[in-house]
Design a protein around this ligand. Structure first.
Ligand code: COA
Length: 383
């Protein structure tokens, strides 16, 4: 074994990868704050995603003038060219919406590849991406449904326009508030999560911001990360009958199956985001609906899995209940993770800027080499 470092930490567990002032995850207390403000307060009725993006970007809560400016920047920046819309619609016919989104974001890039010379635009480029990724999720949903492209309307918030474009229906006030809260809750989660770390790694190569975000979307797509919201709802749909849930979950745990929506590398108590999502679930999930049955199954998962695994510090994470709430406001299951991506683009791009401002040293960790020592090449006829 050859190594250029004495320490090897699989998954970089506990290894700081950046200094950051954006968000803080306190895994023991079960607390998440953005710029020092708790997510419980930031998701109270009336707070919008645009307001929280201003907080993440500026470091301070916006006053009325700054919020109005942010809202109008979102409207201006979310515009897409006809070709960008066509490309996203085309990709949506070929592949899962998450991969269609990744492709559509990749081609938002300019004709040149020289971001270091334009680094003073990092804030504008980041904000443009937040607005455009939200818009692209709506475009992809329209295409999947076979609806013509309508796009966001003037005066619509990001939450409202996304929800309307995704569902094809006018959202009511409650659904819009829930969508805002879901976007806010998923906007950032420290620099160390897999997709934000990815965004930092790609930023460190001085890549264009669209390349940063499309790489982070790829990292988020996996079921061990953002894809868990989709995977958990599929599991509940598979279980189908709340009366049989307990027995089925016991069996899955006996088989060492990793329940999506459960467990976390940093939280060893219940994820604070899942508590906020449960208050939204209580408001939006109607008794007697199919989402109500799915939510009962999720609650049974929480009970059974906590009894069996709580002593090991494993508890529900954000994705155990989020799928039930997404479904209750009319969002198709394949769109859960793309919406998560639209929200997290705020965190990825805030981290991108912080990475540039901190000197942007390229990530180049070491390895522990376990292969052969040097060997002589064997010509083809002697193998
Ligand atoms: C989030 C997650 C990747 C964290 O992983 P991690 O810190 O590397 O922990 P590990 O996967 O090594 O798991 C440690 C132990 O807990 C168990 N465990 C972890 N998550 C589990 C889950 N969701 N269900 C059942 N057992 C679980 C593992 O089987 C392992 O047990 P073992 O030591 O007996 O082999 C992991 O909990 C997971 O895969 N959860 C499901 C996916 C998910 O919800 N992801 C979204 C996170 S926000």
């Amino acid at each position: 074994m050859t190594t250029d470092t004495p320490h090897y930490t699989p998954g970089l567990e506990g290894v700081p990868i950046a200094e950051s002032a954006i968000s803080l995850v306190n895994g023991q207390a079960g607390r998440l704050t953005y710029r020092g403000y708790s997510i419980e307060e930031l998701t109270q009725p009336g707070v919008t995603f645009e307001e929280v993006v201003a907080l993440l970007y500026d470091g301070e809560l916006p006053n009325r003038a700054r919020l109005a400016e942010m809202v109008s920047l979102f409207e201006e920046y979310r515009g897409l060219t006809d070709q960008q819309v066509e490309l996203a619609r085309h990709a949506a016919q070929q592949t899962h919406p998450m991969f269609a989104l990744q492709a559509a974001v990749a081609v938002l890039g300019p004709m040149d590849n020289d971001f270091e010379r334009k680094v003073d635009t990092v804030q504008t480029r980041g904000l443009q991406l937040v607005a455009k990724v939200g818009q692209l999720v709506g475009v992809i949903a329209e295409a999947i449904d076979g609806r013509p492209h309508e796009g966001a309307r003037s005066g619509e918030s990001m939450a409202r326009s996304m929800l309307r474009m995704i569902t094809g229906k006018e959202p009511n006030e409650l659904d819009e508030r829930v969508m805002n809260a879901l976007l806010i809750l998923q906007a950032d989660h420290s620099a160390g999560n897999a997709s934000t770390f990815t965004s930092r790694v790609v930023t460190s190569t001085k890549a264009e911001p669209n390349a940063v975000v499309s790489s982070a979307i790829g990292a988020l797509s996996g079921p061990a990360h953002g894809g868990a919201n989709e995977a958990s709802l599929r599991l509940f749909m598979d279980i189908a009958d709340p009366a049989k849930a307990e027995e089925k979950i016991e069996r899955l745990l006996d088989d060492k199956y990793k329940i999506p929506g459960f467990g976390h590398r940093v939280y060893h108590v219940k994820d604070p985001r899942s508590k906020v999502i449960q208050t939204l679930a209580d408001e939006v999930i109607k008794p007697g609906s199919k989402e109500h049955d799915l939510y009962q199954i999720a609650l049974t998962v929480e009970k059974v899995a906590t009894e069996r695994l709580g002593h090991r510090g494993l508890y529900p994470n954000v994705d155990l209940f989020s799928g039930c709430v997404f479904a209750a406001i009319g969002i198709p299951i394949d769109l859960f993770t793309p919406i998560f991506a639209a929200s997290r683009t705020a965190g990825w791009t805030a981290n991108m800027r912080e990475q540039w401002e901190s000197g942007n040293r390229i990530f180049r960790p070491a390895q522990v080499y376990t292969g052969h020592d040097h060997r002589a090449f064997v010509p083809m006829d002697r193998r």
